[in-house]
Design a protein around this ligand. Structure first.
Ligand SMILES: Cc1ncc(COP(=O)(O)O)c(C=O)c1O
Length: 361
């Protein structure tokens, strides 16, 4: 799925060993993960605070049994998530990150050549998953003020992704609107990707099970500070979950990941406290960026999208990097930078770098 580094001696003829559409594709480019720990890292929406202390203890205990395969369907994690979110455990799937669950959904629902629809711009991995499948992406531009586009209602696709809150805009669509949309699209599976929803004030849990075509995706990578553990959750109707289970690898989530996930989900106060801190810093970051002349839509996530309409901010991203601050620049959104909400100290370093570059109030 991801772009690999090709060594100079590796002949291009390897392209002939794979399917033509795979050879033709570029591969997903994840945000940079620098080896240099001193860098201020605001580019991949990780949580700047550590996970629950209970996670380490649980992982250590899980190391006792590594000679044994993990529980194939992560029953304890599913039961815990079901209780926490008020859904049926039979409708819960655990994945190696929610990225794996997205891949399972594409492979289960979309035939090569068929369409997958989503509002755009959005999480760019959707494009990559569609390309790998040899399917077609039907990207529908967000409506005014990032409203769910009406055109999506007529999109000839059996799988529809709605990233909510959306990345990289940070904007959110109301649950009522998503419910009305999913009711109109009973012919399709509507995936509400809620990777960032713990940083928002609403979520689509009330739709799970009630609307059998809705899948809500969650991740422990953001609010639970566990990007390194790789755990995601799909919450849906038991009937659809049973179909999706057939497509995932039998042991897709390791013993260590299951143990850590369980401990994290059971410690809601730690997650909530860190989310609250991120939300406070987010408000300050937005204010400061606006003072420095950026346009920043209210964010419902752990990042903000800072825009300078009509400008190209590639140079600014480079200038920040030279000052040891990493943010995310997307060629598809040249007038914007996506900035993860880090600790207050990290945000101060970012703002200082902007002032050093020449931005002033
Ligand atoms: C919108 C969205 N969905 C899913 C993911 C993937 O999360 P995970 O780490 O659980 O694979 C991300 C990660 O950045 C994301 O931004």
């Amino acid at each position: 799925m991801a772009q690999a580094q090709t060594s100079k001696d590796e002949p291009d003829s390897a392209a002939g060993l794979v399917l033509p559409h795979i050879a033709a594709m570029a591969g997903y480019v994840p945000g940079e993960q620098p080896a240099d720990g001193a860098i201020v890292k605001l580019n991949t929406n990780e949580n700047p605070y550590p996970p629950s202390p209970a996670v380490r203890a649980a992982i250590e205990a899980a190391c006792e049994n590594l000679e044994l395969y993990p529980d194939p369907s992560a029953r304890e994690v599913r039961a815990c998530a079901a209780e926490l979110y008020g859904v049926d455990a039979d409708g819960v799937l655990v994945g190696n990150g929610s990225d794996e669950l997205l891949s399972i959904l594409v492979r289960s629902i979309v035939a090569p050549g068929a369409a997958v629809a989503y509002p755009s711009p959005t999480y760019s991995l959707y494009d990559t998953l569609v390309e790998i499948r040899g399917a077609r992406a039907q990207r529908v531009a967000w409506g005014p003020d990032h409203a769910l586009p009406v055109e999506l209602e007529a999109a000839p696709a059996r799988l529809i992704f709605i990233c909510n809150p959306n990345a990289p805009s940070g904007t959110i669509v109301s649950t009522d609107r998503i419910e009305a949309f999913a009711r109109k699209r009973e012919d399709a599976v509507v995936v509400v990707d809620e990777a960032y929803v713990d940083f928002a004030d609403q979520n689509a849990l009330s739709l799970v099970g009630r609307l059998p075509n809705v899948v809500v995706l969650r991740t422990l990578s953001k609010s639970y500070s566990l990007a390194g553990l790789r755990v995601g959750l799909a919450l849906t109707s038991p009937g659809l979950a049973a179909q999706l289970h057939k497509v995932r690898d039998s042991y897709n989530v390791s013993r260590i990941a299951q143990a850590g996930a369980l401990a994290a989900l059971r410690d809601q106060p730690t997650m909530r406290a860190h989310v609250e801190q991120v939300r406070r810093t987010r408000a300050r970051l937005r204010d400061e960026l606006e003072t420095l002349g950026f346009e920043v839509a209210p964010s419902h996530t752990n990042f903000v999208l800072a825009r300078r309409p009509e400008e190209n901010l590639a140079g600014l991203a480079t200038a920040l990097r030279e000052r040891r601050v990493l943010v995310r620049y997307f060629t598809a959104l040249p007038d914007a930078l996506r900035v993860t909400v880090g600790t207050d100290a990290a945000i101060d370093a970012f703002l200082d770098a902007l002032r050093d570059i020449g931005f002033s109030s």
